[in-house]
Design a binder for this molecule. Structure first.
Ligand code: IFM
Length: 453
């Protein structure tokens, strides 16, 4: 047994990374619109102003998805495109864009999966304190209501947040992403708590305004942990390490700090003790809101670390050997994390799982024959998907997989220097060229993964 018959074979993108049309049709500004204009923040001063020009070329992109045989497409809505001030009066032209996109997808037989927040915090709300301002719980809730009311007649699957670990950690703890702040630790914990409450409120509002039954989840990320050997002691060590609490300087990269409150209704005890000095007031009412039941769990998984049980009965992260395989962005290639990650998460949280992102950047270029040959991506995906298939065969309820990314795009602080796409984008001409991996993925989808080892 491998993947279920209705497995959602997909690809993912996010609004700012592909849309472009930064100042068009009444769109408001968000923190990345502003941050990318600050000198020295993004590789070679790149911005998402044009990106893949998807706003104007979405029909061409949907046609590519259709030809690739995608069953599902995960995209995000730019909050500031539909609510230019973050709240208040909606922008009809922005909503209409997503209407057309959803309709084109459905017409192509592709199931749309909407993410509400993939890092486009409206600048007007940022000026009011953004995630630090508790009112954001209601602002985000109202945005969720608008999206649900408008799209839930045609869209069934919604994710609230993408990678809270990143947008709090990189945006406010180490300052590598917009808005580029190194906030005091206490503030980052307060923000995270507001983020989780906003998630809960969004879940409520998505449901309240839904025009038909919908499925709601969120999509965190993490560095996965997998056992260094099959020894049950190492399996236990990897499990413990995965859900243990990071040191303060790195604290946002936790799994359990974000997912336990949402799915188990409480923060992990280890974190409550370790971070005690920095925590905001946490009430029972907060926890009730945060743990508003969700239907599906999305997890972004790119790589992991091997763990074994130390002599002292505590997990030990195993160092990587010299020359360990890595991708262009220097992330290790660790396919095992797509077996152990889903397994550990499903054991702990018991929710149907989607891999909401997985993929790699490579040094892709157009060859003399006019094609883009990316054997390393095919090898990467074959290895990772093989492991996911093993997890499905072992009983993990994995419902879908979204390859990151459909096409090359704006890779945040790295600008356009990293190419994660199945489809190559020439950013001078906006020409799209299928990489070899796109043809390969099409065949995997066609065979529902039967051709994977
Ligand atoms: O491009 C990003 C995406 O926006 C969030 N997850 C990781 C991807 C690759 O870095």
């Amino acid at each position: 047994m491998g993947f279920r018959k209705d497995f959602a074979w997909g690809a993912a993108t996010s609004a700012y990374q592909i849309e472009g049309a930064a100042g068009e049709d009444g769109k408001g500004m968000h923190i990345w619109d502003v941050y990318t204009k600050e000198p020295g923040k993004v590789y070679e001063g790149h911005t998402g102003d044009v990106a893949c020009d998807h706003y104007h070329r979405f029909r061409e992109d949907v046609a590519i998805m259709k030809e690739m045989g995608l069953k599902a497409y995960r995209f995000s809505i730019d909050w500031s495109r539909v609510l230019p001030e973050g709240k208040g009066k909606p922008n009809e032209a922005g909503l209409a864009f997503y209407d057309h996109l959803v309709d084109a997808l459905l017409e192509a037989g592709i199931e749309p999966y909407i993410t509400l927040y993939h890092w486009e915090l409206p600048y007007a709300l940022y000026l009011k304190g953004g995630w630090m301002n508790e009112k954001i719980v209601e602002w985000f809730g109202a945005y969720a209501a608008l999206v649900s009311e408008r799209f839930s007649d045609r869209v069934t699957h919604f994710f609230t947040l993408n990678e809270p670990q990143c947008f709090v950690g990189l945006g406010f703890l180490n300052g590598e992403h917009a808005p580029g702040l190194k906030a005091p630790l206490r503030d980052t914990f307060q923000m995270a708590h507001n983020v989780l409450k906003a998630h809960g409120r969004a879940v409520q509002m998505l449901r309240l305004y839904a025009r038909k039954p919908i499925e709601v989840g969120f999509a965190p990320t993490c560095t996965m942990c997998y056992p260094a050997t099959d020894d049950p002691k190492d399996v236990e060590a990897a499990r413990q390490q995965l859900f243990s609490m990071e040191d303060l300087g790195n604290w946002t990269w936790n799994v359990a700090w974000w997912s336990d409150p949402v799915l188990l209704g409480h923060y992990p005890e280890e974190g409550l003790q370790k971070y005690e000095a920095y925590l905001p007031k946490i009430t029972d009412e907060d926890m009730k809101l945060i743990s508003e039941p969700i239907d599906i769990y999305g997890q972004n998984i790119y790589n992991g670390k091997a763990v074994r049980m130390g002599e002292d009965g505590r997990p030990l992260v195993v160092g990587r050997y010299a020359g360990f395989p890595k991708t262009a962005i220097q992330w290790p290639v660790t396919p095992q994390c797509l077996y152990w990650g889903p397994k550990f998460l499903y054991e702990r949280y018991g929710k149907p799982l989607y891999i909401t992102e997985n993929g790699m950047s490579a040094h892709d270029s157009v060859s003399l024959d006019g094609k883009v040959h990316d054997p390393s991506r095919i090898d990467f995906l074959a290895r990772y998907l093989g492991e996911l298939k093993r997890a499905a065969a072992d009983g993990v309820d994995v419902r879908g997989y979204f390859q990151w990314s459909l096409m090359d795009n704006f890779e945040w602080a790295c600008g356009y220097s990293e190419r994660f796409g199945l489809v190559f984008v020439d950013f001078n001409t906006q020409e799209r060229i299928w990489k070899d991996s796109a043809y390969w993925y099409r065949e995997v989808i066609r065979q529902n993964g039967e051709n994977l080892a």
